[in-house]
Design a protein around this ligand. Sequence first.
Ligand code: ZN
Length: 431
Amino acid sequence: MRKYLFFLLFLSIFQACTPQTYRRYAEVKDVHPTSPVRTNSETNNSQSPVLVGFGSSTCGTWADYVPDTNYLDHFPIREIRVNIHFMNTSDSASNYYGNEAQRFAMGWLSSANNDLKDNNPSWLPSDRKMPTIPTRYKLNLTSHPDYPEHKGIYDHFDDALFYYIHRGKNRNLYDQRVFEKYGLQQDSVLNIFIMPHHPDSITSPTYNATGVGVAIGGGIKVAGFYETGQPAWAFRGILNHEIGHIFSLAHSWLNDGCPDTPKGKNPCWNRTKTAPCDTAATNNVMEYNALQNAWTPCQIGRVQMRMANEQYPYRKFLARTWCEINPKRTITIADSISWLGAKDLEGHIIIQPTGVLRINCRVSLPSKANIIIQPGGQLILGPNAKLHNACTGEWDGIIIEGQGKVAGQIIMEGKPLIEDIKHPLSDTQNQ
Ligand SMILES: [Zn+2]
């Protein structure tokens, strides 16, 4: 009997030292300070001050979209779906085709992706250190479901439409008939046409039949690849340059909205050992130069901002990597983090006891995703915060974890939007 009493005493001490832990969906009572939670039915109220300026689905500035190299996982890699068309004459003498075209296209994309992956140090401005930040986007060759054997690379033999003329009275670079006739999946894939310069242009002494390109009407046309005989990697800069235009980047010598790009007319095609091109050359992707392989933080931020904008027409070219949950893409917040730009996340969010996550923009969560707030962790939703699912599904909900009197907290500043949520914040007591 005494032994039994000791055991009970031990048990009660043990319990006193081990606060009860729990885990449940968030309720209105978890919101500090208690502020009204807007429901789905209220979000159509266009009079609401919270919605002002939100219709464009943008918030923040380009700086809020520059990947933070300390937290790269907070910036999921965007995938631009592309396909490639080789335009040729009926005698097949004017461009690569068949296996050779496949090899060329693959090499071209992989060398462009190499530059996108790690970026390259900017040569200009030379007087200060420009951080080299990964772009966090890549090109993804996309097959047509009806023609998988082509692997997204197509040959066309058309004596009327095969050619490209960059300059002169017959120039046709803005002609979009090849897109209309041969474009595939243009609602979701960026179509890229590799065309030869017109044979008459090549023989003209005043026409420069080198590598060129244009982004027009949601497609890309490039020329000079086959005629010059250069390897595919030599043209990777042209591809990344035109992709930059698709996502709204301007030439860096113009008013491009970027304080960190080289301004003024570039006097150098490449670096040389002698002045002025020993120091004045640029490798910026939105300049004309031999490399076109360096993005400034502002250029990356501006591209990422466009990609995150639900209203931007060419967001349709992005693979919808944010619809289905990928637990490997779970983001763990252990520090004080602020998200002021829009995001399309691919996994759960876990806010650890030391973590504070402040959201003040659109954040899409994939289906079945949770925001888990561990004891002491804080989720702060600013007045422009919007949690939703950018596909047609639902994310699961916010989970509060508690231990004794310490629980995860939600702090709302104003009336953030919480949409497409399977377990909305309820007003009931503990279930
Ligand atoms: Zn350009």
